[in-house]
Ligand binder design. Sequence first.
Ligand code: GLC
Ligand code: CA
Length: 576
Amino acid sequence: MNMTHWKESTIYEIYPRSFADSNGDGIGDLPGILSKADYLKDLGIDTIWLTPIYASPDIDHGYDISDYYTIQSEYGTMEDFELLLQEMHQRGIRVLMDLVLNHTSDEHPWFEQSRSSKDNPYRDYYIWRPAKEDGSPPNNWTSYLGKPAWTLDEQTGEYYLHLYNAKQPDLNWDYPPLRKDMYKMMRFWLDKGIDGFRIDAVNSISKDQRFPDTHQEKLQASGEPFTKNGPHIHEYLQEMHKEVFSHYDIVTAGETSKVVEQNVLLYTHPARKELNMVLSPEASTLADRTEDEFQTQEWTLDDLRSILTMWQKDIGEDGGWFGIYFSNHDQRRMVNIFGDPVNYRIQSAKMLSTLLLTLRGTPFIHQGEELGMVHNPLLHHIEDFKEQQALAYYDVMVRERGENEEKIMERIRQKSRDHARTPMQWDDSHAAGFTTGKPWLPVHPDYKEINVAAEQQNPHSVLNYYKKMIALRKENKVLTYGDFKIVLENHSQIIGYIRWMDDEAWLVLLNFSGEEAGYELPDNEADRMRQASFIIGNYSDSQHVHPNIHIPSGTLRPYEAVVYKSEGLMDDGVSQ
Ligand code: GLC
Ligand code: CA
């Protein structure tokens, strides 16, 4: 397998608004990030991804760009950005920018031109269609906000498409001049020396130009079958690669949902010259209902096991590659999804970090995850929420459909993205050391206990465990490149797998329940691991409780994680 830096990286997501505020206005900024450069270095990550910092009216916190070439003034200046880039590079940390290609803000000058008349040269930069004969929108698609995906613009009497907010009109990638302008913008940032892009909603940029009605009965994004992995998506990505990516040594990670198995290879096989890796939300959305993401559904460990198996299968020898994440700024904190934030917060956070950092693929850590931050409902009333999906959901369900307000608020408290965006918790001083002023979103009250300063002091903290796991991954290439095989199929509490390469095999056992869990390895695996040594565990006495001899069978405590390594027994690989 080809070994490259982006496969071996651990990437850290920074949500600039909530990371560190340098001037007391309550909003995180670039000098704030710079002031934490040594923290990032010490954590051991080697790449940061900044969510959008471009000029923006901010209805989707930067994902609505009004000028791709300017830094949002709240975050700082271009000089601040250049200094940050330089200081990160000095510490050996790469910097990825978020590239929003699917839409701009309606305040972008292109859209202001486009909407002004049907024959404006920028008209085709966006997607305009006439109304149906009865005056209704061109089709029945809903946006990701659960509202109609088309808005009528009085000026020219036509509708424009927006898969998100009406203030985020979709760009028309089928129009060559638009593509050229986008490539120019990408080169501008790469020429500044940035190290690549996380590409927002990348597999939505080519739409089915027939714009047919959808029959999908779902609240959010009902037109998805006609907007994801569209007819020209691979053509445009190959063109982008040729015009832009191929000229630089960079990382490209595309955010893709609805990329079923064979598509992963289409997007990431090196011979196809498209993207380095895709980031898929299957695991982090496991508990979300398809028909309505704000509702929760039951899931089983088998579901998670099949997702991991599917991810792992598509990468490796066959040539595709994956970015692995369980949390980001769009999902609940992962301890809430897969762990127990109340009774076993520390154990489950460490168990999940063991999972994230021992899978094949490039791991992504969302800021605060390394502290074991949780998503306990902190905002209560709709007025407290800032993120647009929650606000739109309230609008549709309570105002338009007249649903019971308390029932809807309960869903919003559970699911809103704001809870994964509360300020980073640095210490136990005012506002967790995030700002000297009033933070734009409240700081979680648990910051007295969960914060960087406290966790740095405590050898058993989640933070120190992450540091060990990140270092372990860096030192042992088998964790990046090794093969993957599930052991303990169908176990209802434990996920177990072996990673192996050359003559090394690693066994990872993770208890996903709050109960003790017994296991017995199949004979052939037990044989392989019989001289294995203990590497790491998430209870301070794990090694003592699980000495090597216990590997063939044993019992894990609630949310316990253990990792073993065996050497010299693997001449013929692990039997399948
Ligand atoms: C991506 C971003 C999300 C944003 C959306 C629209 O999914 O991660 O935060 O709202 O795209 O740009
Ligand atoms: Ca600030």
